[in-house]
Design a protein around this ligand. Structure first.
Ligand SMILES: *[C@@H]1O[C@H](CO)[C@@H](O)[C@H](O)[C@H]1NC(C)=O
Ligand SMILES: *[C@@H]1O[C@H](CO)[C@@H](O)[C@H](O)[C@H]1NC(C)=O
Ligand SMILES: *[C@@H]1O[C@H](CO)[C@@H](O)[C@H](O)[C@H]1NC(C)=O
Ligand SMILES: *[C@@H]1O[C@H](CO)[C@@H](O)[C@H](O)[C@H]1NC(C)=O
Ligand SMILES: *[C@@H]1O[C@H](CO)[C@@H](O)[C@H](O)[C@H]1NC(C)=O
Length: 354
């Protein structure tokens, strides 16, 4: 028994040690500070000089698929792009400050397989902090962005699609646009998106299918805009055969203040949201507009803009919207009447539903 306890303790300590950015024996490292950086692989020096970006890229270019780079140094890459090719593991342990390169990511991985970014801390004002397309088996871990503008993580619209994307905890503060914006992903698994003081959406899913998200938590997200802590748009959740059988599962959405809380629009759906906790949203706490097979299975709305089912004429009306919800200090309105709407409402909200 005692031996077993010691063994499990040792194993626990080992797994703890590996759960640190840069721990163990990375195949390549970037060290230094100020205007002196070194990229090394084993005893070979790949780069030494004042250019932080060049040091990082040299380290990345020195490893092969399946190997790992740990960037221990903090510095600024300026308005430039770091590129990660297939199978490489990138750990940003220092703070990587970035600039704005139009249309580009500060860090990109394009048309790749099996890239992992277990840790990253980014500051600055990027066009896109991280940019992806054409990825397969991409894995993002603990990603912290404390930005002064820009968009956090973006999967491109007009480029090849992605499959099997995983994210652990994505924590974005201060983005001017969205914290996380996806297009064209089949197979997405996110534990948490935490968005604070973000200009547009916390999590925006578009043309994304077979998704699961544990938590989207927004505070002061989308203030003064029509965006939302959690937004689904542009045929999100529509299966390749055109139907809307449920394939997007969201455990919880929390939103305080900001613009909208939950927003489904432009022929999206196939979604179950298990629970919401929305308060004092500056725009609709919930807006569902031309969406199909959307369930909200429980939770509360307190105050904020009205809970609304609406429709624009350009797309077919809402259908198969099932909502079980407690709404207080607010109103609930369905206009026009959807097809097969099922409300189970409690709370003191004024109701104008069909
Ligand atoms: C985020 O960055 C700003 C500077 O842009 C800094 O003032 C603030 O302390 C940082 N916040 C955290 C929590 O690190
Ligand atoms: C998110 O990141 C900020 C720094 O930008 C930090 O202060 C905050 O504690 C983080 N929140 C979570 C939930 O990790
Ligand atoms: C909604 O999704 C559920 C679960 O996949 C499915 O059983 C149901 O048929 C769908 N409803 C419609 C009308 O698409
Ligand atoms: C309505 O809002 C007030 C003020 O925010 C709050 O004290 C009260 O608990 C809310 N009512 C309900 C039923 O939640
Ligand atoms: C409406 O939803 C409730 C709660 O999910 C369910 O019990 C009920 O059967 C549904 N009503 C119809 C007509 O489908």
């Amino acid at each position: 028994m005692a031996q077993y306890l010691i063994l499990t303790t040792v194993l626990a300590l080992l797994s703890f040690a590996q759960a640190q950015c840069g721990s163990g024996s990375p195949h390549a490292t970037v060290t230094g500070s100020g205007n002196s950086f070194t990229a090394a692989r084993g005893s070979s020096t790949m780069y030494t000089g004042s250019d932080y970006r060049a040091a990082i890229q040299a380290a990345l270019d020195s490893i092969s698929s399946g190997q790992r780079v740990a960037v221990m140094a903090s510095g600024s890459i300026g308005a430039n792009t770091i590129s990660i090719s297939s199978g490489k593991i990138f750990e940003g342990c220092g703070t990587i400050n970035v600039g704005n390169k139009a249309g580009r990511g500060a860090i990109e991985s394009l048309n790749t397989q099996g890239v992992q970014i277990p840790y990253l801390t980014m500051t600055g004002n990027p066009y896109f902090g991280l940019r992806f397309y054409g990825t397969r088996d991409l894995s993002l871990g603990k990603i912290t962005m404390n930005l002064s503008g820009g968009l956090g993580i973006r999967f491109d619209r007009d480029n090849p699609a992605n499959s099997n994307v995983k994210m652990d905890v994505i924590n974005v503060t201060g983005a001017g646009s969205h914290a996380v914006e996806t297009w064209n992903i089949d197979g997405l698994n996110i534990n948490q998106v935490i968005a604070r003081d973000v200009g547009e959406s916390g999590l925006l899913l578009q043309k994304t299918t077979n998704a699961w998200v544990g938590l989207v938590d927004g505070n002061n997200v989308a203030t003064g805009t029509g965006y939302a802590t959690f937004r689904m748009a542009n045929n999100n959740g529509q299966n390749p055969n055109g139907n809307y059988n449920t394939n997007v599962y969201i455990d919880k959405v929390v939103s305080r203040g900001g613009g909208r809380g939950v927003f489904c629009v432009s022929q999206s759906g196939g979604v179950v949201i298990e629970n919401v906790d929305l308060a004092n949203n500056g725009n609709n706490a919930i807006l569902i507009e031309n969406c199909y097979n959307v369930s909200i299975r429980g939770g509360t709305v307190n105050g904020g803009g009205e809970v609304r089912l609406a429709a624009r004429t350009e797309f077919p009306n809402n259908r198969d919207i099932w909502i079980t919800l407690t709404v207080n200090n607010n109103s609930v309105r369905e206009s026009p009447c959807g097809e097969n709407t099922n409300w189970t409402l409690t709370g003191n909200a004024q109701k104008s539903i069909c």
